[in-house]
Design a protein around this ligand. Structure first.
Ligand code: SAM
Length: 178
């Protein structure tokens, strides 16, 4: 299964930090690719620098024709839109996990008001509780449930920096120490 995240919208300076966090969360919690619908060189470079140092094959792409992208994706996978108006993740996750056995997953998260069309294009509109919060939180919880916590142990072979988990401070291994 391939997991992609579509970050729908990005309001320039206002969203730089949160959009970067959406991408880093996607990578850290198991997604293979992030698709931005708006170009932002600063965000793209920050994410690529993290991939360069911390390893893995996480892809960053910009796709302005997001409707077409979603429609194409539906030919090979399941589109999940995270929204506070959706069906509760607790009830829906067993079905989604079952589908993910042989289908790819595209997770859509918004920035500002999400066009109605997205609700219709999605195969599932899923809420992480029905209170408004954040795309970063919603994405993190969704991916963690999808992968059942396993991606928290992820290690990348080609990483230049690695952390050895420790209960007593920072233990970091850098490439030149390997
Ligand atoms: N007011 C906007 C709307 O009506 O779509 C939502 C803006 S919210 C700051 C940005 C994104 O966070 C949403 O598009 C959604 O993907 C995600 N989000 C926020 N709360 C959520 C929740 N309770 N469940 C799932 N996703 C949520």
């Amino acid at each position: 299964m391939v997991v992609e995240v579509l970050r729908l919208g990005h309001r320039g300076d206002r969203d730089k930090r949160i959009s970067t966090h959406v991408a880093l969360t996607a990578r850290a919690l198991g997604a293979d690719k992030i698709i931005f619908t708006v170009e932002d060189e600063h965000v793209e470079n920050s994410v690529k620098k993290v991939v360069e140092s911390w390893g893995g094959n996480f892809k960053f792409v910009v796709e302005k024709h997001w409707r077409k992208y979603i429609k194409e994706f539906k030919k090979r996978g399941v589109v999940i839109h995270l929204t506070m108006y959706g069906a509760n993740i607790n009830e829906m996750m067993p079905e989604i996990r079952e589908l993910s056995r042989d289908k790819d997953i595209l997770v859509v998260v918004g920035a500002e008001k999400v066009p109605k069309e997205v609700y219709e294009l999605a195969d599932y509109n899923i809420s992480v509780g029905n209170q408004p919060h954040s795309e970063v939180a919603a994405l993190a919880i969704f991916l963690d449930r999808l992968f059942e916590g396993k991606t928290l142990y992820r290690d990348f072979e080609d990483a230049k920096i690695k952390i050895i988990p420790s209960n007593k401070g920072k233990v970091v291994i850098r490439e030149n120490q390997k």
